[in-house]
Design a protein around this ligand. Structure first.
Ligand code: URA
Ligand code: SF4
Length: 184
């Protein structure tokens, strides 16, 4: 059993915060351990909660489409969330919930050692880089310590504003180019 499988089992059985009492299934991150990039969303939605897999609902379809546009194979990238259980009615996860869950994300980063962490939307931006105003800062690469981050919008934003679909696609294309190039 490798480290990622162990982590996934730990998440599946986790009761560290109150979201464990309302979730159907916890949603561990998914993807290969040697992925060069980790995509970080906010929290599972309804479909993810039912299936136990990240980004498999409407937002997931938008993400898949943008990945394909960028020439990134979804099965070769790692996809996860700031919190691994669905907040009731898709409310934003609370500070306590994010803090309770943060060690899992930290471990995912340590095991995979991605070249780039791709932040999807304000929740991940706030949690990982203390950032806000994603629409002003998207499309940028940022280095913190030894780690590169790429910032873009959350795929669900496209549901409410269809014009953002091309923004997400173009951003992921830039990300794909950064992955190809020698960033340092
Ligand atoms: N939105 C997220 O942030 N994560 C998912 O897994 C699905 C929708
Ligand atoms: Fe555990 Fe995270 Fe789920 Fe809370 S959200 S129960 S900390 S896995």
């Amino acid at each position: 059993m490798n480290d990622l499988s162990n982590l996934s089992l730990e998440v599946t059985a986790c009761h560290k915060c109150n979201l464990s009492s309302t979730r159907k299934k916890a949603v561990p991150g998914m993807g290969p351990f040697d992925s060069e990039v980790i995509f970080v969303g906010e929290a599972p939605g309804r479909t993810e909660d039912e299936e136990g897999k990240p980004f498999v609902g409407t937002a997931g379809k938008i993400l898949s489409e943008a990945l394909e546009f960028a020439g990134l194979d979804r099965s070769s990238v790692y996809i996860t969330n700031v919190v691994k259980c669905r907040p009731p009615n898709n409310r934003r996860p609370s500070k306590e919930e994010k803090e309770s869950c943060s060690n899992y994300l930290k471990k995912e980063f340590e095991i995979i050692k991605p070249k780039i962490i791709c932040i999807l939307g304000n929740t991940a931006y706030g949690s990982l880089l203390d950032g806000n105003e994603i629409t002003k800062n998207r499309g940028k690469m940022i280095k913190r310590g030894d780690q590169w981050y790429f910032i873009t919008i959350h795929p669900a934003a496209v549901i409410y504003n269809p014009e953002l679909k091309q923004v997400l696609k173009d951003d992921l294309k830039v990300l794909a180019q950064k992955l190809e190039s020698k960033i340092s």
